[in-house]
Design a protein. Structure first.
Length: 140
């Protein structure tokens, strides 16, 4: 009898036991994190103009504004041709809004500069009370 039982154990391969419970736990934690964080993400909607085949009326655009903000390729910022830091921008914007209440700021943003710099400048403009701004893009 011993021989037959020993033969059985030698010929029958053992299946490896893999515990996937920790993997499932990690997947559930990540899924719950996405479900909780997704509604908290800040989203901006930009209304695009309606496109049609008809000729459009010209849009009024100020050639120059009393408030000009330049964001250069290296993400440095200039306010009315004076280089500044992002932390100084709100104070300058509040002063400019008091001095030029009807002015609409113009933002010249280099295409190689980071989008995060644009977003930070836009947030500072909104916090300073500006409701509109012109984004001036270079055709090149």
């Amino acid at each position: 009898m011993r021989r037959s039982s020993s033969r059985k154990s030698l010929t029958t391969p053992q299946e490896p036991i893999i515990n996937i419970t920790p993997l499932i736990d990690v997947v559930f934690v990540v899924l719950i994190a996405f479900i909780v964080i997704a509604p908290l993400l800040e989203m901006d909607r930009i209304a695009l103009a309606q496109g049609s085949q008809k000729a459009h009326a010209p849009i009024h655009f100020q050639d120059t504004s009393d408030i000009q903000i330049h964001v250069y390729e290296d993400n440095t910022i200039a306010f009315n041709s004076q280089k500044i830091s992002l932390q100084d921008l709100p104070r300058l914007l509040i002063d400019a809004r008091q001095k030029y209440p009807k002015a609409r700021p113009q933002l010249f943003h280099d295409k190689k500069a980071y989008f995060g710099t644009y977003q930070a400048v836009k947030n500072k403009l909104e916090a300073s009370g500006f409701e509109e701004m012109d984004i001036v893009l270079s055709p090149t």
